[in-house]
Write a protein that binds this ligand. Structure first.
Ligand code: PHE
Length: 339
């Protein structure tokens, strides 16, 4: 028995297999039901008792050695087979795509960044609002057309709970909690009941700003907006203010910037006027200050509001508003930002 074990021991050292099938054949030859080592194991019961310990140990060593050798041969055969196939396991992986920020987020961050350098702090509020914060506190008369079903989304037909149609509601929430000086910038999503097309959507994004203190004047407003326009669209950008109307500001204005594509000379983008509209603004109506608990005999303020989609379109000439919410990766991949 010992001799047999030793013979097999030296035999297995030189075992070789060209492929996995040959390695399997060797396993059957030694360890299969009728294998040589299995036969030895079966004979073990005939070994005299005084030799059992020594021979048992040798047999176990032999069995483990054969198992290890055959596993090695199988692994080697597998590596060889993969090397010959089209799968190259040593190849470095494709670089992982990190993704990019959404263009509206990039532009929103840029706007917020400019105003925070001017001392404005960020304020946010709920998208599902009550009529008071969206309309009544903002001096909208009860029969103002903006409250009409055409514009406002109501929550489960409840006349008082609505989806905010502008972020002025956040300003109302800041005013009712804080006494001046107030200097806040309020970005957020707003909803209006409009048919979806290339030029309109039922939701879009705004940034509104509010500044209230003693002696705040229209000049302050104009200077801050000029600074914003030049930071956003370049140092040569000019602004102009046209008289307008909003229920919550008096006087009110709409602001144009010189067309940054043609530099104000006139092109198809600015409809040959040299100017493009970017925001609405004005001095906060004293009635709004009073409705929100601020003494209008002591304080004055200005407010402005702009659509982020509009600013993004001006910067990147996105022709169709729907692109912003379709999540087409080819569109989103075109935008990269440092922040
Ligand atoms: N809330 C206005 C809108 O949604 C924008 C605006 C804000 C205009 C502040 C003037 C002052 O259209």
């Amino acid at each position: 028995m010992t001799e047999k074990i030793e013979k097999l021991m030296s035999e297995i050292e030189s075992l070789a297999a060209k492929n996995a099938e040959e390695a399997e054949a060797l396993r059957i030859k030694y360890l299969g039901k009728k294998g040589e080592i299995t036969a030895l194991m079966n004979d073990f019961r005939n070994v005299p008792a005084e030799q059992k310990r020594e021979i048992g140990q040798k047999l176990n060593i032999l069995k483990t050695a054969v198992q290890n050798k055959i596993n090695e041969l199988k692994e080697a055969a597998e590596v060889q087979q993969n090397a010959g196939s089209s799968v190259d396991l040593t190849r470095t992986p494709y670089p992982v795509s990190l993704g990019t920020r959404h263009p509206l987020t990039i532009v929103k961050n840029e706007i917020v960044d400019i105003f925070s350098r001017l001392g404005f702090t960020l304020a946010e509020g709920p998208e599902v609002e009550d009529d008071w914060h969206v309309y009544s506190s903002m001096n909208f008369a009860d029969d103002h057309p903006a409250r009409d079903m055409q514009d406002t989304f109501f929550v489960e037909s409840h006349p008082d709970i609505i989806l905010r149609s502008h972020t002025s509601s956040v300003q109302a929430r800041v005013m009712e909690k804080t006494q001046p000086p107030i200097r806040v910038i309020c970005p957020g999503r707003v909803y209006r009941n409009e048919a979806i097309s290339a030029r309109a959507h039922c939701f879009f994004h705004q940034v509104e700003g509010l500044y209230i203190d003693k002696n705040v004047s229209f000049t302050d407003l104009k200077q801050v907006l000029l600074l914003f326009a030049q930071e956003m669209f370049g140092p040569d950008t000019k602004i102009r203010l046209r008289p307008s109307y909003f229920p919550f500001t008096e006087p009110s204005a709409e602001m144009d910037i010189s067309c940054h594509l043609c530099g104000g000379k006139g092109c198809s983008f600015c409809k040959h006027t040299g100017w493009v509209e970017i925001l609405g603004c004005g001095m906060v109506d004293p009635a709004v200050l009073e409705a929100n608990g601020i003494d209008s005999t002591i304080y004055t303020g200005y407010a402005f509001g702009m659509g982020i989609e509009r600013i993004t379109n001006l910067k990147y000439q996105v022709k169709d508003l729907r692109m912003f919410s379709e999540n087409d990766i080819r569109f989103l991949d075109e935008f990269t930002s440092a922040n």
